[in-house]
Design a protein around this ligand. Sequence first.
Ligand SMILES: [Zn+2]
Length: 94
Amino acid sequence: MKYPASVNTYCPKCRKHTKHKAKLYSKGNARTMAWGQLKHARKLVGYKGKVAGEKSVKKLGKRNKVVLECSVCKKKHERTIGTRTRKKLEVTTA
Ligand SMILES: [Zn+2]
């Protein structure tokens, strides 16, 4: 799948359509000492039945995202493209 490097779209901060720069979304690292992460790790310790957060079904494909940056106010927001797909998203440089 291809996505244009610049798109004219709505900016929630400027409250109008402006030119946006598109970039591929990449997930950052989870903080291991975060409260939620510690709680989740505690849940997975020991012997028990079904545990929330342990995946039994593996989904095929991902929902691709792009990060759109407004050229006027530099505000960034995300956009999900389509549904689950195994195709890789690329931002065209043209
Ligand atoms: Zn803006």
